[in-house]
Design a protein around this ligand. Structure first.
Ligand code: NAI
Length: 347
């Protein structure tokens, strides 16, 4: 464990199995300096336990950085459940998972991630209070807050690049107009931006475009759209060796997770003069929303918190410029001013 390449002084790693229900899960608590570790449960048919361990260690560390950057009163953690979400879900399985979370006594709070839906979190909530983003929380649709955070992150990128955050006459290309993308388009249209949109569901793209006066592009063409901003709001790994040379937008800022196929693509973007808003900074509205969940859920407070992504991104862009680093590296450095990595003196 301690020699594992993805191990980064994680506070706790819990392996949990329950032959009765088929549970095979790992919970990783990376850091609780800012508060209990908050992060989603991912369900995936990992080929073996080591693949699951590598994923959960990396994801948990990522949540420490994401939650700190978003100024949440939470540390970072994550959990993985080995299984096929299309086939293996049972209530008994999620009760067993909930008991595994409960065993950590509140050091880890579980939410949804890929393969998991809100009803699954609700089921875990029947056996442990350490759940977030349940139906009862009132915060179960994060998309409006995520979209508002991305919009405010884009304002910071415009200021950094053009000295003004005005969208008037700016052109934005949005890849994916699902829950987040379509709301983002609404804010952009209202602010006076010209829009080009694409979605693999052609009907969805047409419907969103018709309502906002946007142009529709083919899903494979949207990345090459001449635009001020490209907003990936569909899937990960869209910024890679094949796509980066073809980009015609000066700024990339969108909701999708893991937009860079590999870390080195941050440098490739910088070399081409593209200002990249690090995904985990700009899409933090989702986790911000969950952190505001609970009996007194206040959507306006969550939206106001997400608007602060603007200031965080300005700080990241300024730091990258000052230190001659990529924006991705600068985001990590800014996050580390908001928590103390274990084994290092406070800065
Ligand atoms: P969604 O599933 O509602 O929307 C995604 C849309 O992208 C769908 O309409 C889909 O048809 C389309 N799409 C898929 N592949 C495409 C492609 N190759 N080209 C064009 N369109 C394509 O998902 P949602 O909730 O809007 O999330 C979007 C992204 O943002 C995802 O990567 C998600 O992980 C990330 N994210 C979402 C948050 C949220 O609050 N929902 C929070 C943080 C990140």
């Amino acid at each position: 464990m301690f020699d594992h390449p993805a191990y980064d002084a994680h506070e706790h790693v819990l392996h949990s199995s329950d032959p009765e229900t088929g549970l095979r899960a790992i919970v990783a608590v990376h850091h609780t300096g800012r508060g209990p570790a908050l992060g989603g449960l991912r369900m995936y048919p990992y080929p073996d336990a080591d693949a699951a361990l590598t994923d959960v260690l990396r994801l948990a560390r990522g949540m420490t950085y994401k939650n700190a950057l978003a100024e949440l009163p939470f540390g970072g953690g994550k959990s993985v459940l080995i299984g096929d979400p299309g086939r293996d879900k049972t209530r008994a399985l999620f009760h067993a998972m909930g008991r595994a979370v409960d065993a950590l006594g509140g050091r880890y709070k579980v939410a949804e991630d890929s393969g998991i839906a809100v009803p699954d979190v609700d089921t875990m909530g029947e056996v442990t209070p350490h759940v977030a983003g349940t139906t009862a929380d009132g915060s179960s649709d994060p998309a409006p807050v995520t979209a508002w955070g991305v919009f405010n992150g884009m304002r910071a990128a415009l200021t950094s690049r053009h000295g003004s955050d005005s969208f008037a006459g700016r052109r934005v290309a949005v890849q994916g107009v699902g829950a987040v993308g379509r709301r983002l388009c609404g804010h952009l249209a209202e602010a006076g931006a010209e829009l080009a949109v694409a979605d693999t569901r052609a009907e969805t793209a047409r419907e969103v475009a018709a309502g906002l006066g946007a142009e529709v592009r083919a899903p494979d063409a949207i990345l090459r759209e001449p635009a001020d901003i490209l907003a990936p709001c569909a899937m990960g790994a869209v910024l890679n060796d094949a796509t980066i040379p073809e980009l015609r937008a000066g700024i990339v800022a969108g909701a999708a997770n893991n937009q860079l196929e590999a870390d080195r693509h941050a440098a490739m973007l910088a070399e081409r003069g593209v200002l990249y808003a690090p995904d985990y900074a700009v899409n933090a509205g989702g986790v911000i929303n969950i952190s505001h969940g609970g009996p007194g859920y206040d959507a306006d407070a969550a939206l106001a918190h997400a608007a602060r992504i603007h200031d965080t991104l300005l700080e990241i862009f300024q730091r990258a410029e000052r230190e001659g680093s990529t924006t991705a590296a600068a985001a990590d450095r800014v996050a580390e001013t908001r928590f103390t990595p274990r084994g290092r003196a406070p800065r």
